[in-house]
Design a protein around this ligand. Structure first.
Ligand SMILES: *Cc1c(COP(=O)(O)O)cnc(C)c1O
Length: 408
């Protein structure tokens, strides 16, 4: 390893990273297996010579690894550039391919923006979209889904696990209702991969999306499961790669990295999940005990991702909390990483029925298999100080009602 890399890794030892739902560290074994495909084995998988054949074989081996990790056939797995692209290809691709049958799509109010904004785009293209509400823990109701399906419904898209509050949806039940209604079922499994068993047969889904950088693989590579017989219109046209669904010269290092990351993630899942769950529970119990007026968002235990703790602190601004924690060496996030640059409250928290002001004091801690109990203890020593300091400065004091406009 070059010395510059060793240096930067040493500097990171003191810092605590609790933002693994935004992105994760590449596993060193994944990085190692990718390296030759940047240097010695740089061929184009479409070429007929040996360079091309090596690249092709590496790509197909990686496809099998990712497919195996979700119990899919390799030929039903398409590589893309990201979770966002996979969501776009699945939604737009199915909408356009099946628009002759109907123009109604159903999704939930708490989807990732990669799904929500694509649905909004499709509304502009003449599709009708129903956004299902969720209960106060973030669960979609099976009854409501059943009532929303019409003969015009072509696609239902409900995420497997939520990226902000960690709610795990009853996908099998929701897909069954959808199939009974004659529509296709899609799920965004980006956050669920390697934390929840993901089996496309047991879940009975037609389309499923993933992203490698959320499970210790590299950025810039994602995948989409497309059940045999399901038709999609491609978004990217060109040389006909990926069965014509996603043209462009293949990202072999990314695919190889994603393949191993998926294989390792699933092989080591049982152990890493129980570790993360213990640390998560300590974070939840410790924070609620140490900080007055602290609340947990999302489900308490059953139905919650093993790596997610999401709090709401009264009289606090989330941005200040994240910045103060960062000064103490702890990386966390307020709401969702995508919305941190705007002051709009998270659409997920609003969908839980929280008021505007309540959404602002929220903090997401998301763990990985590399997180430790020692890091959790450091957080628990730090958070009361951070909250205290911010509350002293807060214009939102106890006794002041939330109806008073707040200053941002
Ligand atoms: C991160 C994320 C995405 C987007 O994946 P990218 O690879 O970053 O584009 C989509 N859905 C969910 C639930 C996510 O958490």
């Amino acid at each position: 390893m070059p010395s510059s890399q060793i240096g930067s890794q040493e500097e990171e030892i003191e810092r605590i990273y609790f933002d693994n739902s935004a992105t994760t560290q590449v596993d060193s074994r994944v990085l190692e297996v990718m390296q030759p495909y940047f240097s010695r084995e740089y061929g184009n998988a479409s070429s007929l010579h040996s360079f091309g054949r090596y690249a092709y074989d590496a790509m197909e081996a990686a496809r099998s690894q990712v497919a195996d990790s979700i119990n899919a056939a390799p030929r039903d797995l398409i590589f893309t550039s990201s979770g966002t692209e996979s969501d776009n290809l699945a939604l737009q691709g199915a909408a356009l391919a099946y628009s002759g049958r109907g123009k109604h799509i159903i999704t939930s109010a708490i989807e990732h923006h990669a799904v929500l904004r694509t649905c909004q785009f499709l509304e502009g293209q003449g599709f009708r979209v129903t956004y299902l509400p969720v209960d106060e823990e973030g669960f979609v109701s099976e009854e409501t889904l059943k009532e929303s399906i019409t003969s015009e419904t072509i696609l239902v898209s409900i995420m497997l696990a939520n990226n902000e509050i960690g709610t795990i949806q009853p996908i099998r039940e929701l897909s069954e209702i959808t199939k009974d209604g004659g529509a296709l079922f899609m799920t965004d499994a980006v956050q669920a991969m390697t934390k929840v068993p993901v089996d496309v047969e047991k879940l009975n889904v037609d389309l499923l999306t993933m992203s490698a950088h959320k499970f210790h693989g590299p950025k810039g590579i994602g995948a989409l499961f497309v059940r045999k017989g399901v038709k999609l219109r491609p978004l990217i046209h060109g040389g006909g790669h990926e069965r014509g669904l996603r043209s462009s010269t293949e990202n072999i290092p990314g695919m190889v990295g994603m393949g191993l990351a998926a294989e390792l993630g699933v092989a080591e899942m049982e152990e890493s999940v129980s570790r993360m769950r213990r640390i998560r529970d300590r974070l939840i119990e410790g924070t609620l005990a140490a900080v007055p007026r602290a609340h947990l968002n999302g489900p308490r235990d059953a139905g919650r991702l093993c790596n997610n703790a999401h709090f709401r602190f009264d009289f606090i601004e989330g941005e200040g909390m994240v910045l103060l924690l960062d000064m103490k060496g702890i990386a966390a996030s307020t709401g969702s990483a995508c919305s941190t640059k705007s002051l709009e409250p998270s659409h997920v928290l609003k969908a839980l029925g929280l008021r505007h002001e309540q959404c602002h004091g929220s903090l997401r801690l998301s763990l990985s298999k590399f997180s430790t109990m020692e890091e959790a203890e450091i957080f628990l020593e730090t958070i009361p100080y951070v909250i205290d300091k911010l509350r002293q400065m807060s214009p939102l004091k106890e006794g002041v009602t939330y109806d008073v406009p707040t200053i941002h």
